[in-house]
Ligand binder design. Structure first.
Ligand code: HEM
Length: 348
């Protein structure tokens, strides 16, 4: 498939960048010129070739650098990965889901060979060759969830289902948009969503939970979430706030194009077969404003979405103070022409 992995950083000198191909396949999350919370879930079925939807778990040019960044976060703060004791089986379910998907979808990069419970996993980009016994933790260097999520882009949480609720009780969370696994672990669906404005009143969380409680194995769903991040920092956690919080006050008309990033999360939800838990992979994609506006439709549309977003959402997402500067910059790329429906770029 000819995937070349970037050597880049998500901290310090911030050498992260998107190639022209990565820009074109960026999951731009707005299918219209305005935005409000909704129960925006659709079946997670294979999408067009080359898009981030082509495979169950997208592997892209940032893979190796993202895995290096995760290892750095974990070395500094091991509590970013936690699994309550009863969630180990869900961890094995997740390991199986990721290994099977990657070996099937990227056979030149990953291989999985099974002989009963004796499994052999090869991850070529990370130079890992591991034989282990499925369901026997002592045969892996980490617990099953930690083992596989050190090799998979995006954050992951595992939700146990009981008492008509979902409980966040395990996770690998190093690339999050300002929330903390250590703070949320053990909470129920409405409780961990408590800080979100407007959506509770709109009934979004009641409907989403009702839907998820009936999620079936083999029929995953997906949704987008998005926010804004200054500099391509993956670890915008509350724990790391002293590092990134002050950068919000550093945006100027001169640097907004190169420092402000649209941060998109492609979230998928999978029912797991043995544990009946729900896996929630949260894959984060970053794009600089000056990369994004190279797609004319996206520049136009993002201008309108940001300009017209309700103040509660812009405040919650943390960019109300920079909104005027962002809108002034984006206005230069909005000629007022209508935008075509859907989020795909227009043909060139
Ligand atoms: C079961 C898996 C899910 C988990 C673990 C999860 C977790 C979270 C967390 C931790 C936050 C941040 C809350 C904070 O500010 O502290 C959040 C935000 C949010 N979640 Fe979920 N969520 C899940 C599923 C869903 C679903 C199915 C929906 C569908 C409507 C949804 C809608 C939202 C929305 C709208 C926000 C606000 C995001 C923003 O504006 O940036 N979540 N979620």
């Amino acid at each position: 498939m000819g995937l070349t992995f970037n050597t880049e950083t998500f901290r310090g000198d911030f050498t992260f960048h998107n190639s022209p191909a990565a820009i074109r396949r960026f999951p731009f999350p707005f299918d219209r010129d305005d935005y409000m919370y909704s129960v925006n879930m659709e079946p997670h079925v294979p999408g067009p070739k080359g898009t981030v939807f082509e495979h169950n778990f997208d592997v892209d040019e940032h893979y190796l650098s993202e895995m290096r960044d995760r290892a750095l976060v974990l070395a500094e703060d091991p509590l970013r990965c936690q699994s309550l004791p009863h969630m180990t089986l869900a961890g094995w379910d997740l390991l199986e889901l990721i290994m099977e998907s990657k070996a099937r979808d990227y056979p030149d990069l990953f291989e999985l060979h099974k002989n009963g419970n004796r499994w052999h996993w090869i991850n070529r980009p990370m130079q890992i060759d591991q034989s282990f016994t499925f369901l026997d933790e002592t045969t892996l260097p980490y617990g099953p969830m930690e083992y596989i999520t050190r090799q998979a882009q995006g954050d992951f949480t595992l939700q146990d289902q009981r008492d008509d609720n979902l409980w966040i009780e395990a996770g690998m969370v190093t690339t999050q948009a300002d929330w903390s696994l250590d703070f949320d672990i053990g909470m129920g669906f409405h409780e961990w969503h408590a800080p979100v404005p407007k959506a509770h009143e709109l009934g979004v969380f009641d409907r989403a939970l009702k839907f998820l409680l009936k999620l079936q194995h083999g029929a995953p769903v997906r949704r987008f979430n998005w926010t804004m991040t200054v500099d391509p920092l993956l670890d915008t956690s509350p724990e790391n706030y002293p590092v990134w919080g002050p950068t919000r006050a550093m945006i100027t008309p001169g640097n907004v194009g190169s420092r402000m990033h649209l941060r998109v999360e492609l979230q998928t939800l999978h029912r797991l077969p043995r544990s009946n838990a729900i896996a929630f992979p949260i894959r984060c994609y970053l794009i600089r404003f000056d990369e994004l506006v190279t797609i004319p439709k996206w520049g136009r549309r993002l201008h309108r979405v940001i300009r017209d977003l309700p103040v509660e959402l812009a405040t919650y997402k943390g960019f109300e103070r920079n909104r005027a500067t962002m809108v002034d910059y984006l206005a230069r790329f909005d000629d007022g022409a209508p935008t075509s429906p859907g989020w795909m770029p227009d043909p060139e």
